[in-house]
Design a protein around this ligand. Structure first.
Ligand SMILES: [Zn+2]
Length: 209
């Protein structure tokens, strides 16, 4: 995880207790083909009056606002549709969810699920307290998961899967040495898997025989 703290005018200066954190809110940046770093840089540079704790793409997580401060990611001047989730008691996770054609970036979604699982564990947050921005204010965010609720249910399912299923092998050398790695090497050599052994994004379901 990389850290680049947002401009101090973009989040609440006063610290909160970590025990206040009770909800995790999922967002999408709405941009196409952006990176977590792009966003961290932007919110560090500009005074936007908005912020989020984390930005996630398929390769990296950037922390922009420390967990001990409220970020401004799910507030509204209008009505709240969630009885309790607010900026003050939540962590905002922004996902770089769209490729340059506007299609879903599954790698970003998977990495976000892994981050959310970590945060659930760290702050003892149950799955039903992981919500979409939409669930708090009815904003169309994250749009792919509002327009297609099946995608949201898929994301929710990832939060409770057995640990092993959530591991990803990005590089050939991430795979435990042995028969399995040899098999993947063979598939790469035979061009059955594109690329050269980096950026594989294979799940640990490989291990299930
Ligand atoms: Zn949002």
């Amino acid at each position: 995880m990389q850290i680049k703290t947002a401009n101090r005018e973009n989040f609440t200066a006063k610290q909160r207790k970590l025990s206040d954190i009770a909800y995790l809110v999922l967002h999408y940046t709405g941009n196409r083909g952006d990176t977590a770093k792009n966003n961290a840089d932007y919110f560090a540079r500009e005074v936007t009056g908005t912020s989020a704790h984390y930005f996630v793409d398929e390769n990296e997580v950037w922390q922009s606002v420390p967990d001990g401060h409220a970020a401004w990611h799910c507030g509204t001047k209008g009505a709240y549709y969630h009885p309790a989730c607010r900026n003050a008691n939540s962590i905002g996770v922004e996902v770089c969810m769209l490729d340059k054609h506007g299609k879903l970036r599954q790698g970003s979604v998977d990495r976000a699920a892994a981050l959310v699982r970590e945060l659930m564990q760290r702050y003892s947050i149950p799955p039903d307290r992981v919500v979409r921005h939409y669930d708090v204010t009815h904003k169309d965010c994250p749009a792919p998961m509002v327009q297609n609720p099946a995608l949201w249910r898929e994301f929710q399912a990832k939060l409770t899967q057995e640990d092993d299923e959530m591991k990803y092998y990005e590089k050939l050398t991430d795979i435990p040495a042995g028969e399995l790695r040899d098999t993947v090497q063979l598939l790469i050599d035979r061009k059955a898997i594109a690329g050269n052994g980096s950026g594989l994004h294979l799940t640990a379901r490989l291990l299930i025989k």
